[in-house]
Structures are given as structure tokens and as C-alpha cells.
Design a binder for this molecule. Structure first.
Ligand code: HEC
Length: 175
């Protein structure tokens, strides 16, 4: 065996020894790390599974299809909840909330005589019209959609109920 080969063999043995020592150091440290990875699965997986499912069940409706089929009478009945704060009469009278006659097509935060929150006024600056889509999203969860709104109502979660309410609003002087 040449001197070079001997060196190579010794080198290999040394490397293997170092590797073994190295693993001995790394492995005990590495294994205790594995169990803490566990909690990640328990929390993250169900959230991610239900996450995409929720919006899928509540995708924006195709208004041309859903509005003609909506139940206007049911929508009107549902607005009993809204009437705790809103007036739907053509007079446009304000109450705890602004008058909602003609709200579809109107600029958010602009009904005369109502003291809107700054959040609603700001919303109206970037979204100049209450169209179906924005009313649909707003009444689903007002505070989530427009943080800081004065509309202290938990929201109408059922998509069909919101469609029916919007169909009813559509009959009230909508532009
Ligand atoms: C607890 C009282 C309350 C209830 C219940 C309520 N609202 Fe409101 N709503 C308000 C207030 C107050 C505002 C003004 C929000 C602001 O200035 O931030 C408002 C604003 C609105 C606006 C925006 C109007 C505008 O002129 O820009 C719409 C649309 C609306 N509400 C629809 C509804 C509908 C539909 C319901 C029933 C499903 C409802 N609200 C239930 C209090 C209420």
C-alpha cells in the first residue's frame, strides 16, 4: 500500500469517526425537536381544511341568475331584524341607522342627515356605490368588512337570506 493510499484510508476512517461523533451530538438534540413539531399538525390541519371550504360555500353569486329567483317577500320579512335600526320607507327617515330606501346605487356614507362613522365615510371614498356585491359582503359581517363601522349588528350569515334582502332592497327605489 502506498503512503497516499494509507492516508486515504486513514482519512476515511477519521471522517467516519467524526461523522459518528457528529451524529452522536446532533441526533440527541434533533430527536427531542421532533415531538414539538406535533402541535403544529393538530391546529393547522383542521383550520386549513375548513378554511378553503367556507369561502367556496359562499362565493359571490351571479346576480343575473340569483336575483330573478330570489324570494322578495322572504327578504322583506328578514328586514324585521334591520328595522331595529333602519327605516325602509320612501321618506328616507334616519333612525339608529341611515334610511335604507334607495340604498342600492347610492354612495356609502352619504344619506343626508345621518352622522356616519369615519370608517363608513372612508369606505364610500374608495367604493363609490352600494352595489349588490358590496351590500352582500357588508351585511354578512359589518364590523369584519368595515372595521370601525357604527353598524353594531352581528351579520346575516345565510347567503340566500342576504340575496333575498338585496332583492327586496332592489324594489325600494334602487338606482
Ligand atoms: C343595531 C343596529 C343596526 C342593525 C340591526 C342593522 N343596521 Fe345597518 N347600519 C346601522 C348603522 C348605525 C349604520 C351606519 C354605519 C356607519 O356609519 O358606520 C348602518 C349602515 C348600513 C348600511 C350602509 C348605508 C349607507 O347609507 O351607506 C347598509 C346598506 C345597512 N346598514 C344595511 C343593513 C341591513 C340590510 C340590515 C339587516 C340585515 C342592517 N343594516 C341591520 C345600524 C344597524
Amino acid at each position: 500500500m502506498s503512503e497516499l493510499s494509507t492516508n486515504k484510508v486513514l482519512g476515511a476512517i477519521l471522517s467516519a469517526a467524526l461523522l459518528t461523533v457528529g451524529l452522536g451530538v446532533i441526533v440527541p438534540e434533533f430527536f427531542p425537536e421532533l415531538p414539538p413539531a406535533k402541535p403544529g399538525y393538530a391546529v393547522a390541519v383542521p383550520v386549513e381544511v375548513s378554511g378553503p371550504a367556507a369561502p367556496a360555500a359562499d362565493t359571490p353569486p351571479d346576480w343575473g341568475t340569483v336575483l330573478p329567483k330570489a324570494d322578495i317577500a322572504a327578504g322583506q320579512a328578514t328586514t324585521a331584524i334591520c328595522q331595529a335600526c333602519h327605516n325602509f320607507a320612501a321618506s328616507g327617515a334616519n333612525a339608529i341607522g341611515p334610511g335604507l330606501y334607495g340604498v342600492l346605487g347610492r354612495q356609502p356614507g352619504t344619506h343626508p342627515g345621518f352622522a356616519y362613522s369615519q370608517s363608513m365615510i372612508d369606505f364610500g371614498k374608495k367604493q363609490p356605490v352600494w352595489d349588490y356585491e358590496h351590500v352582500y359582503e357588508f351585511i354578512k359581517g359589518p364590523q369584519a368588512y368595515i372595521p370601525g363601522t357604527k353598524m353594531t349588528y352581528g351579520g346575516l350569515k345565510d347567503p340566500q337570506a342576504r340575496i333575498n334582502v338585496i332583492a327586496y332592497l332592489h324594489t325600494l327605489g334602487a338606482k
